[in-house]
Design a protein around this ligand. Structure first.
Ligand SMILES: N[C@@H](CCC(=O)N[C@@H](CS)C(=O)NCC(=O)O)C(=O)O
Length: 309
């Protein structure tokens, strides 16, 4: 079976979500450490410019965004399931709500504690990329609002967990891994100060259970090895219907894909297949040959290259 290669960095909360999925499913995986900021010269040949972390590579297929990465891991390694009771839609919707409601508030609540340890260069890069100022002074100014945002989302999470060990019942789901990652980030980096700002006490047992899933068996490999894997492999035939794009875009068309929230630079390629939940574009690059890049539809826009939606 083709090996799983995760392009990520340890500090990245979104990557923690995927590392925990490997742990829950007890998988072997290869780890390529990417830089925490651009340039990412050994990542972009695989992704046509997509630079957010993490990215999952399997042979010459490249999966962007954790929503789709977890879905793909499940497709290839179904047991134990990340979608108990087959509740995929519920888990995707909860995950997307949580990430959008809490990622910036949780990250900035943390930088209100540790923002003075972050290099200026990184702060400037993130400001341009995300339109967020993670300096300690700016984060402190916004702290009351971010506390309000976090407490509102966490109150719902605490309610969901009041009579059950995990969000969907007795087994963990992708929604648990999603709700965990930004809290992990805040606690790990913000320590006792973060605990004073967030209602973590009722979530402690749940967080311990998620942490105990571990990360599976991680094998560090150099970035060049991952690029060689792509170059020596052909992309897999798509497992989704080729011409099921809801807006009528057809395979073979030149298209641009862009995130609808931040880091919105267009990713260009030729459409291979698209349905309501996933799209695949082809990208050719001297260092990796032909790769297929996969995106979820939720959170991404697909445009014909002539600019028409
Ligand atoms: N919706 C994306 C968000 C990923 C994301 O924002 N990741 C952060 C790191 S945790 C990032 O890419 N920051 C910029 C970078 O790493 O270059 C996902 O679910 O994968």
């Amino acid at each position: 079976m083709a090996s799983l290669i995760l392009h990520h960095y340890d500090f990245s909360p979104y990557s923690e979500k995927v590392r925990l999925a490997f742990g829950y499913k007890n998988l072997d995986w290869n780890s390529v450490q990417t830089p925490i900021q651009a340039p990412k010269p050994d990542l972009v040949p695989l992704t046509a410019g997509y630079r957010r972390a993490p990215v999952l590579q399997i042979g010459a297929d490249v999966y962007c965004d954790t929503l789709l990465i977890l879905r793909e891991i499940e497709r290839r390694h179904p047991e134990p399931t990340l979608y108990p009771g087959g509740q995929r839609g519920l888990v995707y919707a909860l995950s997307m709500w949580w990430d959008r409601a809490t990622f910036f508030p949780g990250a900035k609540l943390t930088t209100s504690i540790i923002g003075d340890q972050i290099p200026q260069e990184f702060l400037e890069e993130r400001k341009a990329l995300m339109n967020q100022d993670f300096s300690k002074s700016a984060s402190l100014q916004e702290l009351p609002l971010n506390q309000q945002r976090m407490h509102a989302a966490m109150a719902w999470l605490i309610d969901m967990l009041k009579d059950r060990p995990f969000i969907l019942g007795s087994q963990p789901s992708a929604a648990d891994l999603t709700a965990y990652h930004i809290l992990w980030f805040a606690q790990k980096n913000g320590g006792a100060d973060a605990e004073g700002l967030l209602p973590l006490a009722p979530l402690r047992d749940w967080m311990d259970h998620i942490a105990a899933l571990g990360h599976g068996r991680r094998h560090e490999i150099p970035a060049q090895e991952a690029l060689d894997v792509a170059r020596n492999t052909a992309p897999e035939p798509p497992h989704i219907r080729a011409n099921a794009d809801p807006s009528g875009l057809m395979p073979g068309q030149s298209v641009a894909v862009r995130a609808d929230d931040y880091a919105r630079d267009p990713i260009r390629g030729r459409l291979v297949a698209a349905d309501a939940e996933e799209l695949i574009i082809q990208h050719d690059d001297g260092r990796v040959g032909t790769v297929y890049i996969h995106f979820p539809r939720a959170g991404y826009e697909l445009l014909a290259e002539d600019g028409q939606p």
